[in-house]
Design a protein around this ligand. Sequence first.
Ligand SMILES: *Cc1c(COP(=O)(O)O)cnc(C)c1O
Length: 358
Amino acid sequence: MTIYNYAAGPAMLPAAVIDQIQRELPNLNDSGMSILEVSHRGQDFAAIIAEAEANLRALMAIPDDYAVLFMQGGGTGQFAAAPLNLALDHRRIALLDSGIWANRAGAEAQRLGIDCDTLASTKAARYRDLPGLPAPLTADRYDYLHLCVNNTVEGTAFHTLPDANGTPIVSDMSSNILAEPYNVRDFAAIFAGAQKNLGPAGVTVVIVRRDLLKNAPGVPSAMDYTLTAAKHSLYNTPPVFAIYALNLVLRWVREQGGVAAMHERNLAKSARVYDFLDHSHLFSSPVAPAARSLTNLPFTTGDADRDDDVIAQATAAGLLNLRGHRSVGGLRASLYNAMPQAGADALVDFLYHYEQNA
Ligand SMILES: *Cc1c(COP(=O)(O)O)cnc(C)c1O
């Protein structure tokens, strides 16, 4: 039975990458050591982390005046690190409340004593659509606008960015980095936990404009962008294995044709599923069409017991991890870069037959 894993994160990795990890695991570059054992200061790892940065720079066309950092602590760590490092002048950030992860970012900033103004929210509409800015942002009021570009739980994505009127945008790209093209220059900083679309859990990518790297007071060393940039992500022990695996994923994306090729595939995969949902009499997508994510697709029958039955039968058929986030229920299919078209097709075939027999 072919297994497809639709988990939102940690999520599936390209089969070729898993194969390579397995082959290389006992003996990295004929060193007689495993990647799990090598020093982060040794030459093998030096080459790996340099290549990972170069691959990410090539894939996202990251300009030289942006630093690439490999950190730990996940998206949640960045909910603290971003305000600690970047909310220095006004000690105030703005937020568009597009869902759970945007909210978490605002709450974490406030926990650290940084003000957060929620300018708009689609909570009352159960986050079926994206919030827009109600009025042009006042210049020089906020250190930045926090934007969760892809809302993993609710299944919405900003395919075009709101006009922030000169206020810097800090973006949580945890669940659609490299899934569709974004222009790095549109952001002051981008962060992404790796475990959705980049690799295994444990490494967090940060891309930040170098002129924003100041000596921020009171930032723990492990969260300090300026220190991390100065030390090329080697101030302390980085997540060696996770960066190694991330680099293999980045190589794989480049071999496949880069972000443009991923985007094309993700459009095709998600269109297959959305087309089915929009024509189904049993299943539907709750998300406004223009706001739909390419990577996270929630859907439901509208009946919790029926949804449970679909999940149970899908699991028995090898279609795994289709349960929606515990906060919203229903089902959710995550179709990240590593998910082949065949995985989207298998899901639609299964749902179609389920509906025929219902
Ligand atoms: C998963 C996720 C997070 C949280 O990531 P952790 O690495 O678990 O802290 C934050 N933001 C978004 C958009 C996510 O999808």
